[in-house]
Design a protein around this ligand. Structure first.
Ligand SMILES: Cc1ncc(COP(=O)(O)OP(=O)(O)O)c(N)n1
Ligand SMILES: Cc1ncsc1CCOP(=O)(O)O
Ligand SMILES: [Mg+2]
Length: 212
């Protein structure tokens, strides 16, 4: 089963991205999504190669945001694809069965679509407002997760759900109670001055007292 905490990278330059990713790994994150949007292919490749090397050293999962061909080129563990990115079916043809393909959903109907296309997990959000992404879909709040996950249970749709969007440490206990599998976060980790403490607390809340 997938780890419950995914760090989505931030940074304006290759150096800043690498620093943030290294910090996340060093302080206990074992799943990195490299999100470095609107970059020249050479820069994205240079960063992806460096992140791949780091993630191997830390035994962490490494997925690439949006760019299936880049993920294939550097043999990453997978990709995350949104509703306006390549379809999961096409990505699966390119990457094969063994790679992780995560897919975005904002509604129950999106989940059905992405699951039918063969994704491995769903990034369901946004939970609440965040500055990290522009053109946000409608905010779900706790009630949005509760009602969508209840519908999934009714129809016996089983797939790990990751909450995303503006999540803080204080939100995690209630989010977990809605039935999500894990969370994908960017700002709280990137901006924290006490990353080790924060990531330990996030993991404790996500896994209960036993961290595997
Ligand atoms: C885990 C996870 N869930 C959702 C997203 C959002 O993907 P997308 O809608 O394609 O937006 P961008 O991140 O590409 O701006 C995600 N990245 N990760
Ligand atoms: C990529 C993405 N998709 C929906 S919200 C979001 C950003 C999550 O980042 P943060 O944890 O900083 O709100
Ligand atoms: Mg995307």
């Amino acid at each position: 089963m997938y780890n419950k905490l995914q760090y989505i990278s931030q940074g304006e330059s290759v150096e800043e991205q690498l620093y943030n990713i290294h910090q996340a790994l060093d302080n206990g994150c074992d799943w990195i999504q490299m999100r470095f949007k609107h970059q020249r292919p050479k820069k994205a490749l240079a960063l992806a190669e460096a992140v791949k090397f780091l993630c191997e050293e830390y035994l962490a999962n490494f997925i690439v945001n949006d760019d299936v061909h880049l993920a294939e080129k550097i043999n990453a563990d997978g990709v995350h694809l949104g509703l306006s990115d390549m379809e999961v079916t096409e990505a699966r043809t390119i990457l094969g069965k063994t790679k992780i393909i995560g897919a975005t959903a904002n509604t129950f109907e999106h989940i059905v679509h992405q699951v039918n296309n063969g994704c491995d997990y769903i990034g369901l959000g946004p939970f609440q407002y965040t500055k990290t992404k522009s053109n946000l879909s409608p905010i779900l709040g706790f009630e949005g997760y509760r009602s969508i996950i209840a519908k999934m249970k009714q129809l016996q749709i089983e797939i790990p759900i990751y909450a995303i969007g503006g999540i803080t440490l204080e939100d995690v206990n209630i989010l977990i109670k809605t039935g999500i599998h894990g969370i994908a976060v960017s700002s709280i980790i990137t901006k924290s001055d006490e990353k080790q403490n924060l990531i330990t607390q996030l993991n404790e809340k996500l896994y209960g007292s036993v961290i595997v």
